[in-house]
Design a protein. Structure first.
Lengths: 154, 905
């Protein structure tokens, strides 16, 4: 808290991001997002990701409800939901979530219910993983900002 | 050989006859040669067969002679005699057996009789002479026995009367008489039987007759077997003159053959050979076989398997040969065919294995390529991560040394990315995945931009020039991105190897080149370039020349090969991947053109590519007017579209000052500004503009870089709806004078903002995804634009109806009404001036009177699709539905900027 850990924190952030890139959890689009963050909107990334999580949570809940219904047949609606999810995931650069969503979507296009259920599980798993990672990232970011904010009077 | 069988019955036979010849040892065993001792049934069948003897021809006088004089003949006769003897022996044996039975019967009868007599003697107590001595009595008894044995007729007489009475003697006499009678009777019967036997013996036929019969049967059998067989048999004497022949050629008469040699009878191929063969056998005295093909006038071409054995007389002297020929023409033919087939088969197999090897190698190569592509792809993600991180790092506070290090790091990373992109490009071209897009563009602009870009990063004292002849059309259609890629590649190559003098591009129109003449335009290329036959096309020759080190002649052939550079020395000195030219060549060929090179060592090289283009109709405006805002302001050029000559001189300072903004060219990644000295100038410029614009948009908080926790919380809270953030920029102000660290992206956007502020274009974003809206909004803000938002196609149409927009960004995939349909309806409105089509389609649009009357600009509203599929197919779909261009998702700042530049100015 004395502002001495800034470098270390930045290194941690970079390491985390690099590993996320390496695993394919994130892609270049996330960098775009970061580039968009400037002094006029310093929390842009955080905001977008938060909204993304809110929206996605809703979509996933809705998807689960749809799929849990025994007499459901509304694959079209599932497809629409997934389109949303794919679109927003690719916008923030959540590559792995996007990819599993695409797989899920193709299962729904084939009206393949077991495939859909499996797809949902995978998507949820990836989603939660991403959420955890992002949470960690933002925490580090927050700490770094705090540390960077420390100034000593000359 | 000498003869020919009448019927070629072997025609249809498939069996290989050659091996079924008699085994060698046959013939010495007379019993086996002709099984004449057949049961009656068998000889009957032979008798039934009517044996036609007409074809047999034998010198009857000579044959018996032959039989008598030769070993074989005499052994045959001996055999027959032996058989006859055996039969006689058999008959005798039978008779003997009968005799034995009779004798046995007689012995039995005698034994019985003796017994009776003994009994009788014992009973009668006939007095015996008492022996004086044991020995004598013994002898006597033995004698008595003997006597009794000898006496056949003496039988015991049973007499009831008292011994030595008259009655007794009478009775005895009587019984003895009876016995005598029986004995006589027996004797008579035996004699009768003996006579009978004798008679049957006599009735047996004479041996000669029997032998004749056997011979006849053998002969008949032979005829039966041989009459239709494709076999010629003969006997020739020492001088090889025929003495006997069987199954001769039908047209030859007996007198034509007998007494003559082969050579005298026939003419043609093979005759001499067979004659020699026979002579050889005769000389060597060893039986042998040979296959001989005859070519005679008489029976044409036939192959015979000939067996020749020498014949000896009883004195073991050679007297001639036996000869047997079998026609095997078909077999030989089949055999040859078979051999040929086998040979063919072997050849084919060899070829097959060769092909398999080739296929294997090709597959391996493909796999290797695929792997390279995959690996490159895999490497790209993490390395773009590295570069990205480095870029982020470059926005932080760094001292001079750190910045230099970082710049090196970024440029190295760029190099790696460039290399990987090259590899991916190449494998795309090679695997045929790459598709060309046909877009309208201005060749002059392209040349200019390429040179400009090159000049921007030029570190040498070189003159860059472009020269375009007047007949080159202002606008042509082709894949501008690829063409630019080729030009950039060639130019940077030229600059790399040129240390002084100039590097330039020359464009001129040529007639249809020889490699394409005749077909006018390669059909594939035509299709790929989006050309159709009806449209006029033009061939443009593009020379990229330099005054560099040149290329030695021996290096020219491998110049366009992958990973090849003119020499290892060059590779070390100049670096580079060696992929560039290979990609250029592939791209040019993909577009139906040709890339060639001429060069002179130490004088320079010229790379020439010839490509077909469709001539664009001049009435609609170019859609490749990007970068027009980057026109060099220091060299005012009145008319960009017709200018035929450009020159860029390395005025060092002045070039760099405007070299910064030259971005967006796809061959350069956006972080190109890494030279420290000119950067300061940019920064000076930048800080000015940022001061201007920042004030207009943000309220600067002069809180001396201090940021407390509460402020952070308010910032991090979800506040998406606020478009223009009121919260202050903590970073910008806190970093104070460190504005030089601004990434170049923001630099250019600032400039743009400045430019576009006067006429703010109206943009409509049609998008349903909140996140996407948010990201797009942020990007637009950075680029200095604002826009309206519609959540689906219907909303979009309502908005367009009410407001006149300069540009629409349309998501393709939307609920309620998707982007494609909405675009179609908007286009139909533009054409007809009413919304009937939309209303017909069931879209609910509120139309008020004054809006209906409102006159919209008749200009075509640029609609840009935002699609998740980057494949060319889906872009075609976009164009088909009336869209002007498309941005593939996820939308990046770069793409958005390029697009906006193209459509808004």
């Amino acid at each position: 808290m004395l502002g001495l850990g800034v470098d270390r924190l930045q290194a941690d952030i970079n390491r985390l991001l690099t590993s996320l890139f390496h695993q394919g959890v994130l892609d270049e689009q996330f960098l775009q997002l970061q580039q968009l963050q400037d002094e006029t909107s310093p929390t842009f990334v955080y905001d977008v990701i938060n909204i993304y999580f809110d929206e996605s949570e809703k979509l996933l809940r809705s998807l689960r409800l749809l799929l849990m219904d025994r007499e459901f047949s509304d694959y079209k609606k599932i497809g629409l939901h997934l389109n949303q999810l794919v679109g927003s995931s690719s916008s923030i650069g959540a590559r792995r979530v996007r990819n599993v969503c695409v797989a899920f979507r193709s299962a729904s296009e084939l009206n393949n219910r077991p495939g859909c259920l499996r797809g949902l599980e995978v998507v949820e798993h990836e989603y939660h993983y991403l959420k955890n990672m992002m949470h960690e990232l933002f925490q580090l970011e927050q700490q770094r900002l705090l540390a960077a904010g420390v100034r000593y009077p000359m | 050989m000498a003869c020919e069988m009448e019927n070629d019955q072997t025609e249809e036979m498939d069996i290989e006859v050659l091996s079924s010849m008699w085994p060698e040892d046959v013939g010495t065993q007379a019993d086996n040669q002709f099984n004449v001792e057949k049961p009656a049934g068998d000889s009957d069948t032979l008798k039934e067969v009517d044996i036609a003897e007409k074809r047999t021809m034998a010198d009857l006088k000579r044959l018996p002679e032959l039989m008598n004089t030769t070993d074989q003949g005499s052994s045959q006769l001996t055999n027959l005699v032996k058989q006859w003897e055996y039969m006689q022996d058999h008959a005798v044996k039978l008779l003997r057996e009968e005799l034995k039975i009779l004798t046995k019967q007689r012995e039995e009868a005698e034994a019985k009789e003796l017994k009776i007599i003994e009994e009788h003697n014992f009973e009668s107590q006939e007095p015996e002479n008492v022996p004086v001595l044991d020995d004598t009595s013994h002898l006597f008894r033995r004698f008595k026995h003997k006597k009794r044995d000898a006496l056949v007729g003496s039988k015991r007489v049973e007499i009831d009367e008292e011994f030595d009475t008259v009655q007794y003697w009478k009775q005895k006499a009587f019984s003895l008489e009876k016995m005598l009678e029986a004995s006589t009777e027996r004797e008579r019967r035996l004699i009768e039987k003996l006579n009978e036997s004798l008679k049957t013996m006599e009735s047996h036929s004479a041996p000669v007759e029997e032998l004749t019969q056997n011979l006849k049967r053998a002969e008949g059998f032979l005829h039966f077997i041989l009459q239709n067989a494709p076999i010629v048999m003969g006997h020739q004497d020492k001088d090889l003159r025929y003495l006997f022949i069987y199954n001769k050629f039908p047209t030859l008469r007996e007198q034509d053959i007998l007494g003559k040699t082969d050579v005298e009878i026939f003419h043609g191929g093979g005759v001499k050979e067979s004659e020699d063969f026979k002579r050889e056998v005769l000389e060597k005295g060893k039986a042998s076989k040979r296959e001989i093909t005859f070519e005679t006038e008489l029976f044409g071409s036939k192959t015979f398997l000939i067996y020749v054995e020498p014949v000896y007389n009883k004195a073991r002297e050679k007297i001639g040969i036996n000869y047997m020929g079998m026609e095997v023409t078909d077999q030989v033919r089949k055999r040859e065919k078979m051999a040929k087939l086998r040979e063919d088969n072997a050849v084919r197999k060899a070829m097959e294995s060769e092909l398999n090897k080739t296929i294997h190698i090709t597959e391996e190569t493909m796999r290797a390529k695929q792997m390279l592509a995959t690996m490159s792809h895999e490497i790209r993600s993490p390395s773009s991560g590295v570069v990205g991180m480095a870029e982020i790092l470059s926005t932080t506070k760094l001292d001079k040394e750190q910045r230099q290090l970082l710049n090196v790091m970024i440029s190295s990373g760029d190099l790696v990315l460039q290399l990987i992109n090259d590899i991916l490009d190449l494998s795309k071209v090679e695997s045929g995945v790459m598709r060309l897009e046909a877009t309208k563009f201005r060749p002059r602009e392209v040349v200019k931009h390429v040179l400009q870009t090159a000049a921007a990063s030029l570190k040498k004292d070189l003159t860059l020039e472009g020269n375009i002849t007047d007949e080159v059309p202002i606008e042509v259609v082709g894949d501008v991105l690829r063409i630019r890629q080729i030009l950039t590649n060639l130019i940077s190559n030229a600059i790399k190897f040129t240390h002084e003098g100039k590097v330039g591009i020359k464009l001129k129109v040529i007639s249809v080149p020889s490699f394409a003449s005749g077909m006018e335009l390669n059909a594939d290329a035509e299709e790929q370039n989006g050309l159709t036959e009806t449209e006029t096309s033009v061939w443009i020759r593009c020379d990229v020349y330099d005054t560099g080190i040149g290329i030695p002649g021996k290096a020219l052939p491998c110049l366009f090969k992958k990973y090849m550079q003119a020499s290892a020395d060059h590779a070390r000195k100049y670096g580079g991947t060696g992929l560039g030219l290979a990609i250029c060549k592939q791209l040019v060929e993909l577009m139906g053109g040709q890339l060639t090179v001429t060069s002179q060592v130490n004088a320079g090289s010229t790379f020439t590519f010839i490509l077909p283009y469709k001539v664009a109709t001049s009435d609609d405006h170019s859609d490749d007017q990007d970068f027009s805002d980057m026109v060099d302001h220091h060299q005012p050029e009145p008319d960009d579209t017709t200018e035929g000559y450009f020159q860029f001189k390395p005025l060092l300072g002045s070039i760099y000052s405007n070299g910064g903004p030259v971005i967006g060219n796809n061959s350069f990644l956006p972080h190109k500004v890494m030279l420290t000295s000119p950067l300061k100038r940019i920064n000076g410029f930048v800080s000015d503009t940022s001061n201007n614009t920042a004030q207009s948009e943000t309220t600067q908080v002069e809180n001396n870089g201090y940021i407390d926790e509460t402020r952070l919380e308010t910032c991090s809270g979800p506040c998406p709806s606020k478009e223009t953030e009121s919260c202050s920029s903590s970073q910008a102000s806190s970093e104070g004078g460190a504005l030089e660290m601004e990434s170049e992206l923001t630099v250019s956007s600032r400039r743009e903002e400045e430019e576009t502020e006067t006429t703010k274009p109206k943009i409509l974003l049609v998008e349903d995804n909140k996140i996407n809206i948010m990201v797009a909004k942020s990007m637009m803000k950075q680029l200095g634009y604002t826009f309206d938002i519609a959540n689906n196609g219907v909303e979009a149409m309502t908005a367009i109806k009410g407001t006149s927009y300069d540009l629409v960004l349309m998501d393709v995939c939307m609920p309620v009404l998707d982007g494609l349909k909405a675009t179609r309806l908007i286009r139909s409105y533009e054409e007809s001036g009413n919304w009937d089509a939309a209303i017909e389609a069931g879209v609910d649009i509120k139309i008020s009177e004054n809006e209906q009357a409102c006159v919209h600009s008749t200009n075509r509203l640029p609609i840009i699709a935002m699609t998740a599929n980057t494949l060319a197919e889906s872009s075609e779909e976009c164009y088909a539905n009336g869209m002007d261009s498309f941005i593939s998702k996820p939308v990046t700042l770069q793409k958005l900027k390029e697009c906006l530049r193209r459509y808004l100015h």
